[in-house]
Design a protein around this ligand. Structure first.
Ligand SMILES: Cc1ncc(COP(=O)(O)O)c(C=O)c1O
Length: 356
C-alpha cells in the first residue's frame, strides 16, 4: 500500500518540529513561544464565540472581520491580506500556487528547515544559498527559482538584513516572487511593509504565534498585492481558519497597547540574556527576534543542551551539515534559546553556571 504513495513523499524524511513536552514544570525555551499570556481580550473573544450558533456554522472563508482589523492596525488594504492556519499554512499555499512539480525553491541557509520539506512535498528541487559572513545577505541566488523564501529576522541566527538588501533582492527576482517570512519582525527595528509599494513581487508572511502569544491557536497571514491574494484564495482550503482562531486573532491584533507592552518586556529580557550569556562564554549573535543563537568555540554545546534538559530546561540544539546545502563553513551547531520571563531566565543562567 505504501508503494502507492508518491515517490518524493516516500523519499523525504519529513519536517521534525521542536520538542513539545507536556510537563508543566518544564521551562520551555525551544520553540520561540511567547512566555507571557495572550491579551485578556482574546479570552473574552473566544468565550463570546462559544455559542452554538457560531460553532454550528462555517466560519468566514476569507476572515473579513480579521482582515478589516489587521488592515486598520497595519495600515494596509484588507484585500491585501490572506489568512492562514498558522504562517506554515501560508507557506504551503504559496508553494502550491507558485511552484510546479520539478520547479525550484531557494532559501538562505542556515534558516527555517521547513522550506526544504515544502519543496520535497511539492516534488520540486531545493537550492540553499549560503549567507555571507556574519549573516550578511546571500549572493548568487538561482536566477530561475520559482519561489524564494527569505526569513527576516532569520532563524536560528536572529539576524536581520537591512531594508535595501531585501529591496534589491525583490527587484532582482521580479517578476518571480520573493516571500519575506516575517515570523519574528515584531521584535526587529524594521519590517518590509513599506517595500510593498515598490516591489510588486513581494509577499510578506506574519504569524500570531510569537509576538501575540497565540502559537496554540494557529493563526498567520500574508500581505501581498490584492491581485496576488485573489489567486492564492483559490489554493487555500475554503475554511482554513476556524471561528475560535478568527475571534482570538482579531481580538489580539486589535489590542495594540498590550502587544507593545509584551514586546517591550521581551526585548529588555533579550538584551539582558545577550549580556549574561556572553559573560558565561557563549558567542551570542545580536538578535532582532525573540531568541538568541549561542555558540561556543571552547567546548561542544550538545552536552550543555542535554544537561539543561535533565534540569527540565528545554532549549533547541541545532546542527547543520557541511557542504553545499549546509552551513557557512564546516558542520555548524549551536543552541537557539527563546526569550523567557525574567524568572525563567534567572533559572536558565543559574543552571548554566552549574553546568559550565
Ligand atoms: C521562520 C519561521 N517561519 C514560520 C514559522 C511558523 O510559524 P506558525 O506556523 O506558528 O505561524 C516559524 C515557527 O517557528 C518560523 O521560525
Amino acid at each position: 500500500m505504501t508503494n502507492s504513495i508518491r515517490p518524493n513523499i516516500r523519499a523525504m524524511a519529513g519536517y521534525v518540529p521542536g520538542e513539545q513536552l507536556n510537563d508543566p514544570e518544564i521551562i520551555k525555551l525551544n520553540t520561540n513561544e511567547n512566555p507571557y499570556p495572550p491579551s485578556p481580550r482574546v479570552f473574552d473573544a473566544i468565550r463570546a464565540a462559544l455559542t452554538s450558533n457560531s460553532l454550528r456554522k462555517y466560519p468566514q472563508p476569507l476572515g473579513d472581520t480579521f482582515r478589516k482589523a489587521a488592515g486598520r492596525v497595519l495600515n494596509v488594504d484588507p484585500d491585501a491580506i490572506l489568512i492562514g492556519n498558522g504562517s506554515d499554512d501560508i507557506l504551503t499555499i504559496l508553494t502550491r500556487a507558485f511552484v510546479p512539480e520539478g520547479g525550484l525553491i531557494a532559501s538562505p541557509t542556515p534558516s527555517y528547515i521547513l522550506y526544504k520539506s515544502l519543496a520535497e512535498i511539492q516534488g520540486a528541487r531545493f537550492e540553499a544559498v549560503r549567507f555571507g559572513s556574519t549573516w550578511a545577505a546571500p549572493t548568487g541566488w538561482p536566477p530561475r527559482a520559482d519561489l524564494v523564501f527569505l526569513p527576516n529576522p532569520n532563524s536560528p541566527s536572529g539576524t536581520s538584513l537591512p531594508s535595501f538588501a531585501v529591496h534589491m533582492l525583490a527587484n532582482a527576482l521580479e517578476p518571480r516572487p520573493l516571500v519575506l517570512d516575517e515570523a519574528y519582525s515584531d521584535f526587529a527595528e524594521w519590517n518590509g511593509r513599506a517595500l510593498l509599494s515598490d516591489a510588486p513581487n513581494l509577499i510578506i508572511t506574519r504569524t500570531l504565534s510569537k509576538s501575540y502569544a497565540l502559537a496554540g491557536i494557529r493563526f498567520g497571514f500574508a500581505i501581498a498585492r490584492p491581485e496576488i491574494v485573489r489567486e492564492l484564495v483559490k489554493v487555500k482550503d475554503s475554511y482554513n481558519c476556524d471561528v475560535l482562531s478568527l475571534a482570538a486573532a482579531t481580538a489580539a491584533i486589535e489590542d495594540q497597547e498590550y502587544f507593545r507592552e509584551v514586546r517591550a518586556k521581551i526585548i529588555v529580557t533579550r538584551e539582558r540574556m545577550t549580556t549574561e550569556l556572553s559573560a558565561l562564554g557563549f558567542d551570542v549573535t545580536p538578535s532582532h527576534a525573540n531568541f538568541l543563537w549561542c555558540r561556543r568555540t571552547d567546548r561542544p554545546v550538545k552536552p550543555v543542551y542535554e544537561a539543561l534538559k535533565q534540569r527540565k530546561i528545554l532549549v533547541r540544539y541545532m546542527s547543520y551539515p557541511a557542504g553545499p546545502v549546509g552551513a557557512l563553513e564546516g558542520p555548524y551547531d549551536g543552541l537557539r534559546i527563546s526569550v523567557g520571563t525574567d524568572a525563567e531566565i534567572d533559572q536558565l543562567l543559574a543552571s548554566l553556571r552549574d553546568i559550565l
